[in-house]
Design a protein around this ligand. Structure first.
Ligand SMILES: *[C@@H]1O[C@H](CO)[C@@H](O)[C@H](O)[C@H]1NC(C)=O
Ligand SMILES: *[C@@H]1O[C@H](CO)[C@@H](O)[C@H](O)[C@H]1NC(C)=O
Ligand SMILES: *[C@@H]1O[C@H](CO)[C@@H](O)[C@H](O)[C@H]1NC(C)=O
Ligand SMILES: *[C@@H]1O[C@H](CO)[C@@H](O)[C@H](O)[C@H]1NC(C)=O
Ligand SMILES: *[C@@H]1O[C@H](CO)[C@@H](O)[C@H](O)[C@H]1NC(C)=O
Ligand SMILES: *[C@@H]1O[C@H](CO)[C@@H](O)[C@H](O)[C@H]1NC(C)=O
Ligand SMILES: *[C@@H]1O[C@H](CO)[C@@H](O)[C@H](O)[C@H]1NC(C)=O
Ligand SMILES: *[C@@H]1O[C@H](CO)[C@@H](O)[C@H](O)[C@H]1NC(C)=O
Length: 628
């Protein structure tokens, strides 16, 4: 204890000493060389005699002021080429923002020397010519924004070597050629619009919205793809609501996606019909009850498996007739809302890029389908064939928590109040705790995120989409879209664990508190990683700054919010073994309310030491309130 104290004291005084003295002399000179050799219309307060780290506009240093790590100079009115051998000397630089200036000339290839660069923002300038061929040296690059320049030539395929890339913006240039196959699992934001690109969107980028490719001559779909090919839609004799020409028209036409499901089911149903003309759809329908059953088709391939307690009455034929609407594209595929004729609505998830054997799939479905808990979205039925895997869930008409939190702010929006957020947190923690208690306490959810959490009839959180991630082949990229929620140790699906679920849940709690997505672009500047951001704000003791402004209107909830913040932060501990177990998390979340229960609701009196449930984790967040 004593040793520890002396050590801390030395550290603190050492740091203070360095803060007072240190100055990145060489980096400072590089910056002066830069600014002294380029025209700029706004004056910069970069004075040789003042401290670059604490005084200079747009300059950020590392913790001991020995190196410059960020240079942000947007809209300073720079004009001309970046002077050679200036910025490229800032070898510890991590972020460089020169957006909205008048820089011209070729791509500043010298910057490739900056091996630690994580963010490069050169948008809205007049750079011209080709992009460098070899980007792979920027191993740590996370954001590259080169949009609104005059770059031409093709997109270098070496970009696919940037394994940490989360955002790539190349919009509004004159880039040509094919879009390279950028198989980058971490990529979340992509904009290639308004260039002169050709060819088709490669499979690896098909998860991005079509707006990412607008203003090019790129075809959005692979016309040789069997599903969309009109010739593979078989003849349909009767009973479909949509006439065949209509379906063909739709499939051939451009809007496609919503109707892919219909086309598919058409194929499936017809195949089945041919084989077993006599077993009419209606007679099957009558036979269905609340028992677990299989549509009585002998052909093992084409059957929907229903689970016990499912009082939905439908078959493929009904799904086919239902009007389908895309609800969202998720990690493992697209989810459709299918309105059946008897006024029930289900959510149908069509799994994509899921390569899994029938036996493994069915086994996992049995496990998932047998879970019945008020905070776990029940799997009602599934369908497996070699080419097609469908899962049928209840439809939640309020949408996911992600939609509730992030839907258009401002106009007519009913904000999620604190009561609701608490109930969402409690409900989803209960659901996850239940999931973790299944399969002998070994079951892992694997894909916890706001868009997989819904509200049950009591408005408590309800967890969906469990157990799929662990089915995925380890090398497959599906955990990609969850990047912001993914625990640092999870490099492939084999590393998913209950501890990584707790991490994802912690991110979700932070999202509930801040109203911010786990990975988001902020004000056209930088990509924010929620966990790092919250940790840094809390470290700076500006805790109040993290909370969603929508929450600030409710009185007397600050203690509860801080309690939830502490729980969230303990869940996102870097080391898996430092994270609490979900059962403990659940207890803490349930205790948030009772923390305040003793206080008079109107008085808002603070009772010190009334937060027993969270105290053990206070130390984890680097809070200065616990000087032990
Ligand atoms: C790059 O960053 C790492 C980790 O922050 C640091 O250890 C290293 O010294 C940096 N490299 C340079 C050249 O500054
Ligand atoms: C860059 O990546 C290397 C290896 O992945 C890592 O050691 C280093 O710390 C990273 N630098 C920064 C600034 O993150
Ligand atoms: C790119 O633009 C430059 C002029 O700005 C031109 O000389 C060059 O041929 C162009 N390259 C391509 C591939 O279009
Ligand atoms: C990725 O980097 C490796 C090694 O640096 C290199 O051999 C390879 O050509 C690069 N890939 C692309 C597409 O440039
Ligand atoms: C590209 O330019 C158009 C027209 O100037 C503009 O409306 C659009 O916002 C730009 N796109 C991006 C991503 O900056
Ligand atoms: C786009 O590419 C086509 C064919 O490669 C070329 O004819 C056309 O001039 C290009 N347009 C622009 C604006 O670069
Ligand atoms: C298009 O689809 C065909 C058949 O599915 C496939 O072989 C081909 O690789 C796909 N092309 C692209 C660019 O995705
Ligand atoms: C990239 O630049 C475009 C404008 O060209 C801007 O709309 C976008 O927000 C920027 N993204 C990031 C992450 O900087």
């Amino acid at each position: 204890m004593g040793k520890k104290f002396i050590f801390s004291a030395i550290l603190v005084y050492g740091t203070l000493f360095l803060l007072a003295r240190a100055e990145p002399v060489e980096d400072k000179q590089a910056l002066l060389d830069f600014v002294g050799n380029i025209y700029h219309s706004k004056k910069l307060n970069w004075d040789q005699r003042t401290s670059a780290c604490s005084r200079w506009t747009g300059v950020t240093c590392n913790h001991d002021n020995s190196r410059v790590i960020a240079v942000r100079l947007p809209a300073i009115g720079f004009r001309g080429k970046i002077p050679t051998n200036t910025l490229s000397r800032l070898s510890a630089l991590q972020i460089l923002t020169l957006r909205s200036n008048g820089f011209s000339g070729p791509f500043p290839s010298e910057l490739l020397r900056l091996r630690n660069l994580t963010g490069l923002y050169l948008h809205f300038n007049n750079f011209q010519g080709p992009l460098p061929v070899d980007f792979s040296v920027w191993r740590n690059l996370s954001v590259l924004n080169l949009s609104n320049n005059g770059f031409n030539g093709s997109i270098p395929s070496s970009i696919s070597n940037l394994t940490h890339l989360t955002a790539l913006y190349l919009a509004n240039n004159s880039l040509s050629g094919d879009v390279p196959d950028l198989n980058i699992p971490s990529l979340q934001l992509l904009d290639l619009s308004n260039n002169n690109l050709t060819g088709v969107v490669p499979q690896s980028l098909s998860r991005f919205p079509s707006s990412a490719f607008l203003g090019n001559s790129i075809s959005l779909q692979n016309s040789s793809s069997p599903v969309l090919s009109p010739t593979s839609v078989p003849k349909k004799k009767h009973s479909s609501k949509l006439s065949e020409p209509a379906i063909l028209g739709i499939v051939i036409g451009s809007c496609t996606v919503a109707f892919v499901l219909i086309a598919l089911l058409l194929i499936i149903t017809n195949r089945r019909k041919k084989d077993n003309e006599s077993s009419s759809a209606t007679s099957q329908k009558k036979g269905k009850s609340t028992k677990r059953m299989v549509s009585d088709n002998q052909e093992g391939n084409n059957r929907i498996t229903f689970f016990e307690g499912c009082n939905l009455v439908f078959d493929l034929e009904d799904l086919l007739r239902a009007s389908a609407e895309v609800l969202g594209k998720g990690t493992f595929g697209t989810t459709y809302k299918a309105a059946l004729e008897d006024a029930t609505t289900v959510a149908v998830k069509r799994l994509r890029e899921v390569i899994v054997g029938r036996k493994d799939f069915e086994q996992q479905m049995e496990i998932v389908g047998s879970i019945r808990h008020e905070n776990v979205a029940p799997l009602r039925a599934y369908y497996y064939s070699k080419d097609e895997k469908l899962m049928v869930y209840d439809y939640y008409n309020q949408g996911s928590v992600s939609a509730l939190l992030h839907a258009k702010r401002g106009e007519n929006r009913i904000p999620l109040d604190w009561e609701m957020r608490l109930k969402i947190a409690i409900g989803s923690a209960r659901g996850i705790a239940h999931i973790h208690s299944q399969s002998g306490g070994k079951l892992v959810h694997g894909n916890i995120k706001a868009s997989n959490i819904f509200l049950n009839s009591q408005q408590y959180g309800c967890v969906s989409d469990l157990g799929l991630a662990t089915l995925m082949s380890p090398i497959a990229p599906p955990i990609i879209r969850t990047a912001g929620y993914r625990a640092p140790e999870v490099t492939d699906s084999r590393k998913l664990s209950q501890a990584s679920d707790v991490y994802s849940f912690g991110v979700f709690l932070l999202e509930l508190l801040t109203g911010k997505s786990p990975v988001h672009a902020s004000g056209g500047e930088e990509v924010i990683h929620l966990v790092r951001w919250v940790q840094s704000v809390v470290r700076e003791e500006w805790t109040g700054e993290v909370f969603d402004i929508e929450l600030l209107r409710y009185p007397n909830i600050e203690e509860e919010m801080v309690a939830m913040l502490q729980i969230g932060l303990s869940c996102v501990s870097r080391m898996p073994e430092q994270r609490p177990k979900i059962a403990d998390v659940l207890k803490m979340v349930e205790d948030i309310r009772s923390v305040n229960a003793g206080n008079s609701p109107s008085g808002g009196t603070r009772s010190p030491g009334s937060t027993p449930a969270v105290t053990p984790y206070v130390g984890e967040i680097g809070s200065s309130s616990a000087p032990h």
